[in-house]
Design a protein around this ligand. Structure first.
Ligand code: MTE
Ligand code: MO
Length: 438
């Protein structure tokens, strides 16, 4: 069935930007669509208007003049019309901006790669300014040849580039009890996906000669003020953990751990220690502050679950999503992201009626392990209220739970590891709201 009318999605104005900035970007989109309509009317009328105006009526000013010269120096920035695409902090979430979170604007992004400039940030003690000349990585503990590496040393090892997501374990943490935040940026925006380049940790562990009989765990430590430490089981370390210096084709950004970070694919973000300065091989978990006080799950029986690092299968519709507005009935492409810490996404089903009926979405290639996967589904909105949901299944056949299923096991007192199905309500006026179904 061919869609007759193309619907439009208008992003919600964000109170973090001035009203003029928001209006400017809306106006340009509307006028683009209007000139498109005028162009088809013109074609139908045999081009009479074009002839009368000497053929220039539809030729915009920027086509009739010289543009700005080639920029030969400097670092390129997005168009000024895209100024609304910003990382945002949740006002009131954290009292200190140094120990805070900024969220990725998932509603504005395409494909699976997160531009480095809008990759969410989570710092426990602010962002240190690390001089790569002075930075060192120490590898020691139960090893034969302890090493102290400079950045130059690290970059001489054989390297790999791989696309993986990083998701903070607390992503969605505000929504355990009920709806708390309006947009997908805040519900799911502690999530990003990049092409990372670096050295496999297994390569470095080979170099130092791990004591394979006793060395079962690795402690990773950051060089920031929090000296953040996390224990990583050696199986993970040998499988696919990377010591990373490259992100999306360039050096890591300062906020993402410049010049060196750990990347533990599929595991909650906290294990991907930034500004990595030390790796110690040991025989048991360290039980550090970030493993005993934080990043633990309070279960309904009052027990704490520790070391539950894996990010389970999850998905979310990013468009249409909370805070956006559909302008008129007609065709919309529902699109979103799916991922699993256990491997590849196998299938994503989408419902527009709150889970009564499901249709299988198209998955955009490449579908990569422990990476974001883009899904899409055609939808003709008839103007009736809708309840949009997506539900992902991964290659290990884990199915994303709904809130009832998740709460039956986990209760409502957790912060971390909420992978429940998200519901967006489309109202008859086109407004989209974050809701949870009773
Ligand atoms: N040294 C150090 N590493 C750190 C952190 C930190 O505060 N200090 N935050 C962790 C947390 S909780 C997350 S979710 C990820 C976030 O990575 P990003 O800031 O690159 O998005 O980094 C992790 N690594
Ligand atoms: Mo995190």
């Amino acid at each position: 069935m061919k869609p007759r009318q193309h619907g439009r999605v208008v992003p919600a104005p964000e109170n973090h930007l001035s009203a003029t900035q928001v209006r400017a970007s809306h106006t340009s989109r509307r006028s683009f669509i209007r000139s498109g309509v005028a162009a088809s009317a013109l074609a139908a009328s045999g081009g009479a208007v074009a002839q009368a105006s000497g053929g220039s009526a539809l030729v915009p000013a920027w086509t009739r003049s010289l543009g700005a010269p080639v920029v030969t120096t400097g670092y390129g920035m997005p168009s000024k019309y895209e100024v609304n695409v910003q990382r945002r902090q949740s006002p009131g979430l954290t009292p200190q901006p140094q120990a805070s979170i900024s969220f990725t604007p998932l509603q504005n992004l395409f494909g699976i790669i997160t531009p480095s400039g809008v990759h969410f940030e989570r710092h426990h003690s602010g962002m240190p300014e690390v001089d790569p000349q002075q930075h060192r990585l120490m590898i020691h503990g139960l090893v034969k040849r302890p090493l102290m590496l400079t950045m130059d040393d690290v970059m001489r090892f054989p390297s790999v580039s791989r696309i993986h997501f990083i998701e903070c374990g607390a992503n969605g943490g505000m929504e355990w009890g009920n709806v708390a935040v309006p947009t997908v940026q805040y519900t799911h925006g502690m999530l990003a996906c990049s092409e990372f380049t670096g050295v496999l940790l297994s390569t470095l562990l080979d170099e130092v000669g791990v004591d394979r009989a006793k060395g079962k765990f690795i402690l990773a430590e950051g060089a920031d003020g929090s000296a953040l430490t996390r224990t990583i089981p050696i199986e993970f370390a040998l499988a696919d953990v990377m010591v990373v210096y490259g992100q999306n084709g360039e050096m890591l950004r300062p906020e993402n751990g410049y010049p060196l970070r750990l990347l533990v694919p599929g595991v909650q973000g906290v294990s991907s220690v930034k500004w990595l300065r030390r790796l110690e091989v040991g025989d048991k978990p360290w039980n550090t502050r970030e493993e005993s006080l934080h990043y633990i799950d309070l279960l309904p029986d009052g027990m704490h679950r520790q070391y539950s690092g894996l990010q389970e299968v999850k998905s979310v519709i990013t468009m249409p999503s909370g805070g956006q507005k559909l302008i008129g009935k007609g065709f919309y492409e529902i699109t979103g992201l799916a991922w699993s810490g256990r491997g590849k996404v196998k299938r994503v089903d989408v419902s527009t009626d709150g889970g009564r009926n499901w249709r299988t979405a198209r998955l955009q290639e490449p579908v990569l392990t422990k990476a974001l996967t883009r899904f899409r589904l055609d939808w003709n909105w008839d103007g009736a209220p809708g309840l949009l949901q997506s539900r992902a299944v991964d290659e290990t056949d884990h199915v994303q739970p709904n809130f009832h299923q998740l709460r039956a096991v986990r209760g409502v007192r957790s912060i971390y590891h909420n992978n429940a199905v998200q519901t967006w309500r489309v109202q008859p006026d086109g407004e989209v709201w974050n809701v949870q179904l009773a």
